[in-house]
Design a protein around this ligand. Structure first.
Ligand SMILES: Cc1cc2nc3c(=O)[nH]c(=O)nc-3n(C[C@H](O)[C@H](O)[C@H](O)COP(=O)(O)O)c2cc1C
Length: 272
């Protein structure tokens, strides 16, 4: 982070807003202690004189606030959250690379703890069939294990376990059976991170972006579950040791139109 001393008017806005407390006013100019800076960019965003910058390359993507293109009416935002649905019926239509990139952009700009920016993305289009089979195989073994070791505690898993076993056995006889893993979605984005909250937050914004682009998605929890401790899947995906699959977003053009929102339980809220 650099301060242009000629532009700096020592207003102190960056000093007060810096979460790492690494900006001081020295000789009536803002001075940044870069060693402890977490590069969150608040100083760049808040400066009325645009006196704070960082590497030239990174600065190219900084855009000024404009109400017309940045503001979202609260009612519209809430409605779009209420109207969002998990999509499990997709058109036989590819998802454009530019749209996938836009979705990832929404993830990239999502906040991370300590501004670690430790979320990465794995896009799968050509290899979906191979991944689906590996996931089905893994779930089959997990299902078998659950069914062979049923206890009162894991009874609630019985239904899924039976489904995983049945589906894999049916697939062995006929590989054209209904795809209950990805519902024929043409693209997957795996959101990877060593920090679950960071990957989860990125995924939520990515889902909103997916919908805004006229696409639909659902989270494949089955994939996340199947990949847990499964070396074959991890190797197939080329995951590094510290990388965890936080979500798997199955994405495509929806073949369904929803006409209204759905009911939800009341929020459990305590006010203190
Ligand atoms: C973490 C997570 C994992 C999920 N895994 C699956 C899945 O493997 N397969 C599936 O069809 N839906 C999956 N879903 C979708 C949920 O079933 C869905 O969000 C829920 O039924 C509510 O429906 P809605 O998303 O349309 O509001 C998952 C959702 C979440 C949040």
């Amino acid at each position: 982070m650099k301060v242009n001393k000629e532009k700096c008017i020592a207003c102190g806005l960056c000093v007060n807003d810096c979460p790492a407390r690494c900006i001081r006013l020295k000789d009536n100019k803002a001075t940044i202690i870069n060693k402890i800076c977490i590069e969150c960019g608040h100083c760049i965003a808040i400066c009325p004189k645009f006196a704070v910058t960082t590497d030239e390359d990174k600065m190219k993507e900084v855009i000024p606030y404009k109400k017309e293109t940045f503001h979202i009416e609260p009612e519209n935002l809430l409605n779009s959250i209420k109207f969002r649905r998990s999509i499990r019926q997709f058109k036989d239509q590819e998802v454009e690379t530019e749209k996938i990139e836009k979705i990832i952009e929404a993830g990239r700009f999502t906040q991370t703890a300590r501004n670690n920016q430790d979320v990465s993305y794995l896009v799968i289009r050509k290899e979906i069939d191979k991944l689906r089979l590996l996931v089905m195989e893994s779930l089959y073994h997990m299902g078998q294990h659950i069914l062979e070791n049923l206890t009162p505690e894991n009874m609630s898993h019985k239904r899924y376990a039976k489904m995983w076993v049945d589906v894999y056995e049916a697939y062995q006889k006929d590989s054209n059976i209904e795809d209950i893993i990805y519902y024929q979605a043409p693209a997957l984005i795996l959101v990877l991170s060593p920090t679950p909250i960071n990957g989860g937050l990125a995924s939520t914004n990515m889902e909103l972006m997916t919908n805004a682009l006229g696409l639909g998605t659902f989270y494949s929890g089955f994939t996340v579950r199947a990949a847990q401790n499964n070396q074959k899947i991890r190797e197939f995906l080329g995951l590094k040791e510290e990388e965890q699959i936080i979500t798997c977003m199955a994405i495509g053009y929806p073949k369904v139109n929803y006409l209204r929102t759905v009911p939800r339980n009341d929020a459990k809220v305590t006010w203190l």
